[in-house]
Design a binder for this molecule. Structure first.
Ligand SMILES: CC1(C)CN=C(N2CCN(c3ncnc4sc(C(F)(F)C(F)(F)F)cc34)CC2)S1
Length: 494
């Protein structure tokens, strides 16, 4: 590793956002590979100084701050933490011998050892979901990391030891590492969720969990060093409290994401593009592409690189449309999200995406129906068969997600808002939706494509057609779905 000596000390002391940008630019363009520990300590220190109120800090005279000025970050603060991290890691595992001619690859034992040294230096008990626990600054000053932070620390630790083959692998709700000569070895290095025994050291889900959303059908984001920088930048958390963000931290995150975007390091990282889209919606950067284009790019990246097995690109976009009262477009994005989840089996590890669909179905869509059915207008979504088709596709995807799963998805809490929503559309509007039934063969082919990881999704045509993989049914569209759900509800109530 270049070590602390390697970086230009000229960038210190850090007093504003642009000097942090300069350090990242230097690391991403000038050195052989960006130093993950250094960059994580720097952004962690900046985030901590602006979001973690220090109760007994002397009330600083608030001299008029430049919008991009930061509390001064001295080189000795960063250098001592950087050297501390190197010492912790090297105390546990011997670094790669420099002189060795041939490339040395990590082994499962080495990865497990690095994971163990991080794991065993975490403080005994703390609230794991708290904000600002993602960086090495948090680890080195407070012995606290969240589940992403542990995985990141392991990769940064392996970089310190000289294992350039160890990389971060990211699904939409979990992180692990890949390593070895072909980058095909996998290992759990952190925990997931609450109350689950950690599987550290084990290979990634071979069993039933392989079909769960948590492992995205074996289509995770496999990071390069620069994409690991994008992950630590995405993990920057500007929130001061539930209501406010620290302006300078959000600005720093936004500018770093644009730097990474311009260098091409977000191209295969849909969630990072989505994060940038969210920041641009809040505060658009002059001369940059608009946020709706970023949300489309995230979807295109997921379709292109991950065989459309990721849900979040569609819920980033759906959330944008919803906040901007573009309800028909929101229905379409959510139906597209549902077309992804239908390909999976629901497992107990998928709570996060379950909560996402629950909020859409039971909060966001009912809110839209309420505001749309209060005012009467000719172009109300209640008059559009297209909207009804999107909603049927949305609900049907959730039903299909449940089919074949060991854990049920739907319960009475889903049925009431669902029936309430569908019944807001008049029969004459519903009748305009053509139900095209896929045959059983289509389903078998889809299943086959899922197992072979090909993008066999037979997406419905996005017009008034609505495809249901059901037997021919002449009753008005939606009834079948309502019957299916009501019968489940009745049995649940018995
Ligand atoms: C449409 C949404 C509800 C808005 N924000 C969403 N995020 C916020 C950012 N986010 C992320 N943004 C960038 N990279 C990652 S890696 C990752 C993870 F794999 F789950 C990890 F590492 F376990 F935490 C999560 C995540 C998770 C998903 S999804």
């Amino acid at each position: 590793m270049a070590g602390f000596r390697g970086i230009d000390k000229a960038f210190f002391p850090i007093k504003n956002v642009s000097s942090v940008i300069e350090i990242f630019k230097h690391q991403l363009e000038k050195v052989s590979e960006p130093d993950l520990a250094l960059l994580s300590i720097i952004v962690g220190a900046v985030e901590n100084s602006l979001t973690c109120s220090r109760p007994n800090a002397p009330l600083q005279l608030c001299e008029p701050m430049e919008p991009s000025s930061l509390p001064t970050l001295e080189i000795h603060t960063v250098e001592s933490l950087y050297n501390k991290f190197h010492a912790i890691i090297k105390s546990a595992v011997d670094p790669v011998v420099k002189t060795s001619r041939e490339k040395v690859y990590a082994t499962r034992e080495i990865v497990k050892k690095v994971s163990d040294v991080v794991w065993n230096t975490l403080s005994r008990s703390y609230y794991k979901d708290r904000a600002h626990l993602q960086s090495l600054y948090s680890y080195l000053t407070g012995n606290k990391l969240d589940c992403f932070g542990v995985a990141f620390a392991v990769v940064a630790g392996c970089q310190v030891l000289g294992y350039s083959d160890v990389h971060l692998a990211l699904s939409e709700d979990h992180a692990w590492v890949v390593f070895g000569q072909y980058g095909t070895e996998t290992a759990e290095v952190t925990w997931h969720g609450k109350g689950n025994e950690d599987k550290r050291g084990q290979e990634i889900g071979k069993g039933v969990s392989a079909r769960s959303w948590l492992y995205v059908n074996n289509k995770p984001v496999i990071c390069t060093r620069a994409m690991e920088v994008a992950a630590l930048v995405s993990a920057i958390n500007p929130s001061l409290n539930t209501a406010h963000d620290a302006y300078e931290v959000a600005l720093l995150q936004q500018e770093l994401l644009w730097l990474l975007y311009d260098l091409g390091h977000l191209a295969k990282y849909p969630m990072a593009i989505g994060n940038l889209g969210d920041l641009e919606e809040i505060s658009a950067t002059a001369g940059r592409i608009p946020c709706d284009v970023l949300f489309k790019e995230a979807i295109a990246s997921a379709r292109q690189n991950y065989t459309n097995m990721h849900v979040y690109p569609y819920t980033y976009q759906g959330g944008y449309f919803y906040r901007n009262k573009m309800y028909e477009e929101a229905f379409e994005s959510w139906a597209n999200a549902s077309d992804v989840i239908r390909k999976y089996n629901y497992s107990r590890d998928d709570e996060e995406i379950y909560k996402e669909f629950l909020e859409i179905a039971n909060e966001l869509i009912p809110h839209i129906m309420k505001v749309e059915s209060s005012g009467f207008s000719a172009n109300s979504i209640l008059k559009k068969p297209q909207c009804f088709a999107h909603l049927l596709r949305f609900y049907d995807g959730i039903c299909q997600w449940e089919e074949g799963s060991a854990t049920p998805v739907l319960h009475i809490g889903w049925a009431k808002p669902l029936v309430n929503t569908i019944s807001k559309f008049d029969a004459d509007v519903r009748a305009k939706v053509n139900i095209i039934c896929e045959t059983a063969e289509d389903r078998i082919e889809q299943q086959h494509n899922f197992n072979n990881h090909s993008n066999g999704s037979t997406n419905c045509l996005n017009n008034n057609n609505y495809c249901v993989p059901k037997k021919q049914d002449l009753s008005p569209p939606g009834t079948d779905l309502i019957n299916a759900i009501e019968s489940k509800v009745n049995s649940a109530e018995e």
